[in-house]
Design a protein around this ligand. Structure first.
Ligand code: IPE
Ligand code: MG
Length: 251
């Protein structure tokens, strides 16, 4: 009951505060959460984590957030974690995340990352969900998977040079017109607003190569809870902190 009262109070407070359009979330701490809850198999943490993103999306929508980016797995995770764990993460991406987009008609799906790091079936499931959700306009959901912020910039510059070569433009011409906008147009998901707020769970105080290009002006909220334990009030609190900081910065 107290939780309900507190949630309502936070919602009321938020009405008077600036709100981010785009929230990015680093879902960290699944394995520590699983161990702490007495599970030997850390995959249980990933399952709860994936289901938890579905709830987070609903809370975000309820709070009027129209753009969410969620970090599902880094390029490093894909390369360095043991293959059974990565296989399971990919299975969840197909059966929980892509499936969620199929069912919840709010979100237009985008994928950020190196798709060639993913198993064929995962890449295919994501592409299908992107296709299927293409014409939705209530919200944009980006899943960062096989993602590295530095590699995104490298891939953007490469794509830009390939475009220029295809158009027969010289390197001098490319250098002449090089700009932030030009690189921005070649990012994995061009056209989205930058995230005004980045939330990272599990008490880790790092950006770890997430949204290197897009998050230069973001407010960052670190939360000590492990991702599966992150609640709606924690989102609302992060939004309140964001709103207060922005009021201060721009008043
Ligand atoms: C986040 O939880 C999910 C992924 C990075 C895939 P972790 O798997 O990093 O769990 P911890 O941080 O080791 O507890
Ligand atoms: Mg971690």
């Amino acid at each position: 009951m107290l939780y309900g009262l507190y949630t309502r109070r936070l919602r009321r407070e938020l009405r008077r505060l600036p709100k981010p359009r785009h929230v990015a979330i680093v879902m960290d701490g699944n394995r520590r959460w699983a161990r702490g809850a007495g599970y030997d198999d850390v995959r249980v943490g990933h399952r709860f984590g994936a289901k938890h993103l579905e709830q987070f999306l609903q809370w975000s929508a309820d709070a009027g957030i129209t753009c969410v980016t969620a970090w599902v797995a880094s390029a490093d995770n894909m390369r360095k974690r043991d293959s059974a764990e990565v296989d399971y993460l990919m299975e969840l991406t197909e059966s929980v995340l892509a499936e969620h987009v199929r069912r919840d008609h709010r979100w237009r799906l985008h994928v950020a990352g190196q798709l060639d790091l993913l198993p064929d079936s995962t890449a295919r499931a994501l592409k299908e969900a992107v296709e299927l959700s293409r014409d939705r306009d209530a919200g944009d959901l980006t899943l960062a998977i096989g993602y590295s912020g530095r590699l995104e910039v490298v891939d953007a510059v490469r794509a830009m040079l390939e475009d220029a070569a295809a158009d027969g433009r010289s390197l001098e011409a490319v250098a002449d017109t090089l700009s932030e906008e030009e690189i921005g147009r070649h990012l994995y998901v061009p056209g989205l607003p930058d995230p005004e707020l980045v939330i990272r769970t599990s008490g880790e105080l790092r950006m770890s190569d997430f949204l290197l290009w897009q998050a230069t002006g973001s407010e960052i909220e670190f939360c000590d809870l492990y991702w599966p334990a992150f609640r709606e009030v924690d989102l609302l609190r992060a939004l309140r902190t964001y709103g207060r900081r922005r009021l201060q910065r721009f008043s």
